[in-house]
Design a protein around this ligand. Structure first.
Ligand SMILES: Cc1cc2nc3c(=O)[nH]c(=O)nc-3n(C[C@H](O)[C@H](O)[C@H](O)COP(=O)(O)OP(=O)(O)OC[C@H]3O[C@@H](n4cnc5c(N)ncnc54)[C@H](O)[C@@H]3O)c2cc1C
Length: 399
């Protein structure tokens, strides 16, 4: 495994770092306070070409490898992990089309994201089916006319209020069916100019072919306030065969494929956040003096800074290894993706918690970024499979 970045990877790194320093870091605390979805910043990221990383070459015209993807997401997250979550969610939703869709489906469902700054949602979780997603009840079944109709409710869906397309996992035939399908439901194309959405309102979208999609009021969250999260309900939505990805019985396998790809990207979000927490804490403790010396020069404080640095570096190495294994097509990529996600979540929570402690009382004040980072870090250990779920995956592979 070669830790040297090639020229293309270095270029991505520099481009995203400059973008973050210019467009995100100076505004992030105000945006977070307002809890306003920064669609305009996401559009700028799209213009820069650092979104829709999984769209294949035959649709987009160029390829971004897993290592570059991890670097891009890590650096976006250094700016804000909510923005990174929302922009990376397009890949979470669309990678299944890239992996298992026909050429025609790839053109139809992926091209819009190349041509316009649109957002997609990945709809797996339900109120009673979280870690245990096989117990979902969203159902696609044939009506009297022999055509499929989709009904069901999903929750905690990233980008839901602004999504132009929904990737939905559902049971087929009856709720107790062992088969799960993956279907793509296009909706209205919403760009920053057209998305004049009341940030506190639900949205009802009647579909041209019949049925409707209802997105709930955006959730009021502890952290990652710059990503949008809402419920999505599908009511009598017709599903044509051309909207079903791959084999309509293999949805469960497709979820595994998607999450194996996406977990290192969540790890990248964790590493970006952890490094930011370390950097803001280093800056603060270099300035702040007590007992006549800088906080960073006090042995106990320095030990904490070293412990933070170690967590960041180890998580970053695990991230690079997981990305490398995806690139290499390794059969063990799922296990390493889970390892990277767990270590990154641990690093993010540790660095934000200890970082806040080293800020003393100031860290508890909203005007210091470390307090936001502590709120943001918590979700990294939960979404796309909790720590326990990652351990189950690792355990299964080991045994
Ligand atoms: C901000 C945010 C964004 C999200 N975005 C999306 C999205 O875009 N798309 C989507 O589909 N979902 C999304 N989710 C959902 C997320 O993936 C789930 O919340 C997560 O998988 C956990 O499911 P749950 O909340 O139902 O918790 P539960 O499954 O109820 O778990 C509760 C606790 O029990 C533990 N637990 C559960 N089962 C076991 C077990 N067998 N052994 C040991 N411990 C166990 C868990 O680890 C956890 O600590 C998002 C969630 C949030 C909060």
């Amino acid at each position: 495994m070669d830790f040297n970045l090639n020229d293309e990877e270095k270029q991505y790194l520099d481009t995203v770092r400059r973008f973050v320093a210019r467009e995100i870091t100076p505004h992030v605390l105000n945006l977070d306070k307002g809890h306003v979805f920064p669609f305009e910043i996401i559009r700028k990221a799209w213009e820069l070409g650092v979104m829709n990383l999984s769209v294949p070459e035959n649709v987009k015209g160029y390829r971004i490898d897993a290592i570059s993807s991890a670097l891009i997401i890590r650096e976006l997250s250094y700016g804000d992990s909510g923005i990174a979550t929302s922009s990376m969610c397009n890949d979470l939703a669309n990678i299944v089309v890239a992996m298992h869709g026909s050429d025609e489906q790839q053109k139809r469902f992926l091209n819009p994201f190349v041509n316009q700054a649109l957002l997609a949602s990945f709809c797996l979780t339900e109120p009673n089916a979280g870690s245990d997603n096989a117990s979902m009840t969203t159902l696609m079944r044939k009506g009297n006319d022999g055509k499929y109709v989709l009904n069901g409710a999903k929750c905690f869906i990233t980008n839901a209020s602004y999504a132009s397309q929904f990737t939905v996992f559902c049971k087929v035939g009856k709720p107790t069916s062992p088969f799960m399908a993956c279907v793509i439901i296009p909706s209205l194309a919403l760009e920053p100019e057209t998305a004049e959405l009341d940030p506190h309102s639900a949205r009802e979208i009647p579909l041209p072919e019949g049925g409707r999609i209802i997105t709930g009021k955006p959730e009021d969250k502890l952290g990652q306030r710059l990503s949008n999260t809402a419920t999505v309900t599908f009511e009598d939505v017709p599903v044509d065969d051309s909207q079903i990805i791959g084999d309509r019985r293999l949805g469960f396998q497709y979820i595994t494929d998607v999450l194996d790809y996406a977990r290192p990207m969540v790890a990248a979000i964790g590493v970006g956040l952890a490094r930011r927490a370390l950097d803001v804490t280093l800056a603060y403790t270099r300035e702040r003096r007590q007992f006549g010396e800088r906080i960073c020069d006090m042995p106990v404080a320095r030990e904490t800074l070293v412990a933070m640095w170690k967590k960041v570096e180890l998580a970053d190495m695990a991230l690079m290894k997981a990305a490398f294994m995806i690139e290499d097509g390794s059969p063990e990529q799922g296990m390493y993706a889970s390892l990277a996600k767990n270590l990154a979540a641990e690093a993010a929570i540790f660095c934000a918690t200890e970082g806040l402690h080293l800020h003393g009382g100031y860290g508890f004040m909203a005007e210091y970024e470390i307090s936001k980072l502590l709120r943001d870090a918590q979700i990294i250990d939960i979404y796309e499979g909790t720590r326990e779920v990652q351990n189950m995956i690792i355990g299964r592979e080991l045994i």
